[in-house]
Design a protein around this ligand. Structure first.
Ligand code: SF4
Ligand code: FES
Length: 588
């Protein structure tokens, strides 16, 4: 394999890679602003300039390449035997010069800047800057602009790397942003009357290396150094986009794309970025309820679980069956535990997939690109993360497995007659989901609802058990490309709610006759270790085994050969990055 040497370190590479790409892949330190793996190379910021030497093709002697001038490492393709220096006196002098020019008109407003703590300009000032400013004149002041529904532009912080402009031309294909003016009057802007308003618009905030483009939704809500991040998967659409969920003290503050070349490249849609708001909705179900004289009243889990088991037993006592509808918003592990519970309660139970919402058509960015283009990005019309995973799991159980229409028919839709006496329905959708068909088909049946948001079915159900959103639990989703991807729990489950997997395990324990804990609800701290284990504070005490997605996957693979893929074929999230502190913590 060909190799080059960067700052004394030998790095192998694939022909066609640039020096900077090789440096980034090998952890070698070369500063960079305008370069981005997902965009074209313009080599405009000039901070990545390096001193390059290469073997003379005739003599083999290592000599200065291209006459010894500094070369942009982001643009220069590597050749075997090159020797590169980003830390030579010449390269360092350039870095200091570039930093000085960039900071000439940059406001010193780090204390009030949202990007502070994750800003390349800030980091490179420490690493490559001068430490003092020699600039005596007045700074050029540029305006703050409202450029689109999700994005503010603080023009005076911009370093003109043009990443944002290239994004709107090459990725979204909408070209709303442009460079206007010349010299120190140069600024980013939108065309009059054409705001930055496309389905991918907020990605420009992620790629802006400084605090010029800001997310309106996150603006001034948290300092980034307070945020913790959990690797997650899109829990709202069939994309399987890889995410970081940034949270603090049990609250999600923002969602960012996690690069994955096979899935979302470097991007996510605004729909996925902002769709998590229902997690903290006032309409979240927080306590179990049961019907008392026809009215839903809150109760503890012991009473709710007893009612569920007793109600289902009574309703299925005379040849009637249980039907269980598993939402495509739930993970594969939860689908497995609920199906297993259903078949224990009634070996003839009908297992069905819940409604799979769609909205419009699939969309490819940029418009007109082929889906097979490695740079194309796809937005999915299917607004559920795991329809394929739930189908896969239910299929392994055999017996009567239905799609949503078949489930409604099994409940007696259109016929009036049905051999179903009890129903367990799961929701977990981010908005209203229960159709009139479903509500009318439930007439005369014992109904248990596992859901996250208040909805009309709550009044109809005999018992309601509060579930958890995907950021409150770990699990696996199968995306539209049939990739199984695991995700971690980011925040604790709201108040006394429990994940649907935990509810299934609790009901299993009640069926086993296991003794109930003395108090139904009390605070308790679980392991904070990463690795598919529930993390953080759990308020509701589990009755059964604690839900652990990794354990459930192993059981699935052991029990059903058709599910063996859950043992070895699941892409796991990355492990926690080690903290990189540049200062010692002092106990006061
Ligand atoms: S706004 Fe940000 S991404 Fe756009 S050119 Fe300026 S610094 Fe670069
Ligand atoms: S990163 Fe190479 S010139 Fe900007």
């Amino acid at each position: 394999m060909p190799s080059i040497t960067i700052n004394g370190r030998k790095c192998e590479f694939t022909p066609g890679q640039t020096i900077l790409q090789i440096a980034n892949a090998n952890g070698a330190d070369i500063p960079q602003y305008c370069y981005h793996d997902g965009l074209s190379i313009v080599a405009s910021c000039r901070i990545c300039l390096c001193e390059v030497h290469a073997p003379n093709p005739k003599t083999g002697a290592i000599e200065p390449f291209m006459g010894g001038k500094l070369l942009p490492s982001c643009q220069q393709t590597a050749s075997d035997g090159m020797v590169v220096y980003s830390d030579s006196p010449k390269a360092v002098a350039n870095q200091k010069g570039v930093m000085e020019f960039l900071l000439i008109n940059h406001p010193l407003d780090c204390p009030v800047c949202d990007q502070s703590g994750e800003c390349f300009l800030q980091d490179y000032s420490y690493a490559y800057g001068r430490g003092v400013s020699r600039f005596q004149e007045d700074k050029v002041k540029q305006p703050k602009k409202d450029v689109g529904p999700h994005v503010f532009l603080y023009s005076d912080r911009c370093i003109m790397c043009t990443r944002c402009v290239r994004f709107t031309r090459e990725v979204s294909g909408t070209a709303e942003l442009m460079v206007m003016g010349r010299g120190n009057k140069e600024e980013i802007d939108v065309f009059p009357g054409v705001p930055l308003d496309n389905e991918l618009s907020a990605n420009v905030v992620d790629i802006c290396p400084v605090g010029a483009l800001l997310d309106k939704d996150f603006l001034f809500t948290q300092r980034v150094w307070f945020l913790r991040e959990a690797p997650s998967i899109d829990g709202l659409t069939a994309s399987g986009d890889n995410l970081w969920v940034h949270h603090n003290e049990g609250k999600v503050y923002r969602v960012k794309p996690r690069p994955n070349a096979r899935v979302n490249k470097f991007w996510i849609t605004d729909e996925v970025r902002y769709g998590w708001k229902f997690v903290h909705s006032d309409d979240r179900l927080r306590q179990p309820t049961r019907k008392q004289f026809g009215t839903p009243v809150t109760c503890d889990y012991a009473k709710a679980y007893d009612d569920v088991i007793e109600g289902i037993r009574k309703a299925t006592a005379h040849g009637k069956r249980l039907a269980v509808m598993i939402s495509p918003m739930l993970s594969c592990e939860e689908a497995y535990l609920l199906a297993k519970l259903a078949r224990r309660l009634d070996p003839r139970a009908v297992l069905a997939l819940g409604p799979v919402p769609t909205h419009g058509q699939d969309k490819i960015f940029p418009a007109g690109a082929s889906e097979t283009d490695p740079k194309a990005f796809k937005m999915y019309a299917e607004k559920a993360p795991n329809a394929r995973g739930v189908r896969r799991v239910l299929g392994a159980f055999g017996g009567q497995i239905e799609e949503y229409d078949g489930f409604l028919k099994a409940l007696g839709k259109g016929l009036g007659a049905s051999d179903v006496g009890a129903v367990i329905a799961t929701g977990n959708y981010p908005s209203e989901w229960a159709t009139d068909d479903l509500t009318t088909s439930l007439g005369g049946k014992f109904v248990v609802l596992l859901d996250t948001l208040v909805n009309p079915l709550c009044d109809r159900a005999d018992v309601v058990l509060p579930g958890a959103t995907w950021v409150e639990k770990s699990g696996t989703f199968e995306n539209a490309k049939s990739m199984l991807q695991a995700f971690e729990q980011a925040i604790p489950v709201v108040e006394a709610a429990k994940s649907e997997g935990q509810l299934a395990l609790d009901l299993w324990a009640v069926l086993d006759g296991r003794e109930m804990p003395g108090e139904a609800v009390r605070p308790m701290m679980l392991e904070t270790t990463r690795g598919q284990v529930a993390a953080g504070v759990q308020v509701a005490v589990p009755f059964g085994t604690i839900f652990n997605a990794a354990d459930v996957r192993r059981e699935m693979a052991r029990t059903y050969p058709a599910l063996s893929v859950f043992e070895s074929g699941v892409s796991m999230p990355p492990s926690e990055p080690s903290p990189q502190t540049d200062m010692a913590m002092v106990e006061l």
